[in-house]
Design a protein around this ligand. Structure first.
Ligand SMILES: N[C@@H](CCC(=O)N[C@@H](CS)C(=O)NCC(=O)O)C(=O)O
Length: 201
């Protein structure tokens, strides 16, 4: 049985949970309390030496990095067509997943840290400003790409499962997604899926 260790409110954990639900594989969720630094204990670091959530464990196989977990899950259930079916699709899906992992998601995390998470005397306004510019740099191309399309590559894939959880923090940190109408409509379609509703309640 797959065990998914994670913090329930973490977007990265929710990305893996969303993937598990879409894959339809049975799993057990094992909560890891970030508030009490459970992710920094030797027991947890034996599973994920980077001391981050989530991590997937199945027997003696452990896998961390939520996007790696998504790719692994998609490959396990090819009948669900969550992953690429040819090299072109592989490239297109990876392009948007990597953009999210390298640029969009860190920008959102920086804004969250420097507007909400850190004590006020540790917040750096310039990082928030840079983060907002980076978000425009990522979401404007995504919005243009989604014009006239329901999904990133024409069908629902791990590109959607990967990016949507990052954007769930947007309203909390004052990122107005309504200026990206195609992204907003696309998020609405993603949020309408049973798997998403199961993860987000
Ligand atoms: N790139 C990693 C990011 C994981 C990550 O940063 N998780 C956060 C929670 S959303 C975490 O574990 N934070 C605890 C820490 O950095 O100490 C992934 O996609 O799995």
């Amino acid at each position: 049985m797959i065990k998914l260790h994670g913090f329930p409110l973490s977007p990265n954990t929710r990305r893996a949970l969303f993937g598990l639900e879409e894959a339809g594989l049975p799993y057990e969720f094992v909560p890891v309390d970030l508030m009490t630094a459970q992710h920094r204990t030797p027991e947890y670091k034996a599973l994920n030496p980077t001391a981050r959530v989530p991590v997937m464990v199945e027997g003696d196989f452990t896998l961390w990095e939520s996007n790696a977990i998504l790719e692994h899950l998609a490959a396990r259930v090819p009948e669900r067509e969550l992953g690429p079916k040819n090299p072109t699709e592989r490239g297109c899906i990876s392009q948007w997943m990597f953009m999210n992992a390298a640029h969009l998601s860190p920008a959102l995390a920086h804004i969250f840290a420097h507007t909400i998470r850190l004590p006020e005397d540790q917040r750096i306004p310039k990082l928030v400003e840079n983060g907002r510019a980076e978000i425009e740099r990522c979401l404007r191309p995504l919005d243009n790409h989604l014009a006239g399309k329901d999904w990133v590559i024409g069908r629902f894939t791990i590109a959607e499962i990967s990016i949507a959880p990052s954007l769930s923090v947007a309203p909390m940190i004052g990122v107005d997604l309504s200026v990206y109408p195609n992204v907003s409509a696309w998020l609405g379609r993603i949020r309408g899926r049973a798997a998403h509703q199961k993860v987000y309640g």
